[in-house]
Design a protein around this ligand. Structure first.
Ligand code: 5GP
Ligand code: ZN
Length: 113
């Protein structure tokens, strides 16, 4: 995807602070952290959002979730975390490449929205 910021980050064309990377996924620090530790996890394969997950791509997403505990530990999160994916306009999704926020590193607010 030519104009996708997260595809560019995955390709190394835009710098990021990497937390974890393998051939399928990349985790990096959010530019504007909303928690003491705020990491984004993306599949390297472009998908717009959760709405794009199909039978053919769901294994990529399962793989992300298999690795979230590892990524949280790599990021230095020790005492719990929250995982969020904003999907579509009402959820205020701003980057249209599927991503999961991992928020932790301190006590989070009780409300989700
Ligand atoms: P969304 O609102 O789409 O769920 O979240 C997009 C997130 O990406 C935001 O938290 C924003 O701070 C982060 N972000 C946007 N552009 C960049 C960037 O170029 N680098 C990094 N590291 N994070 C970004
Ligand atoms: Zn993309």
């Amino acid at each position: 995807m030519e104009n996708c910021v997260f595809c560019k980050i995955a390709a190394g064309l835009i710098p990021s602070t990497k937390v974890y990377e393998d051939d399928k996924i990349l985790a990096f620090k959010d530019l504007n952290p909303q928690a003491p530790i705020h990491v984004l996890v993306i599949p390297k394969m472009h998908m717009d959002s959760l709405e794009d997950i199909t039978e053919d791509t769901s294994a990529e997403i399962a793989y992300i979730f298999e690795n979230i505990p590892v990524i949280a530990a790599c990021a230095g999160i020790r005492n719990g975390y929250r995982v969020v994916s904003n999907c579509g306009p009402d959820a205020c999704q701003t980057i249209h490449h599927l991503h999961f926020h991992i928020l932790g590193g301190g006590k989070l607010g009780e409300k989700l929205a």
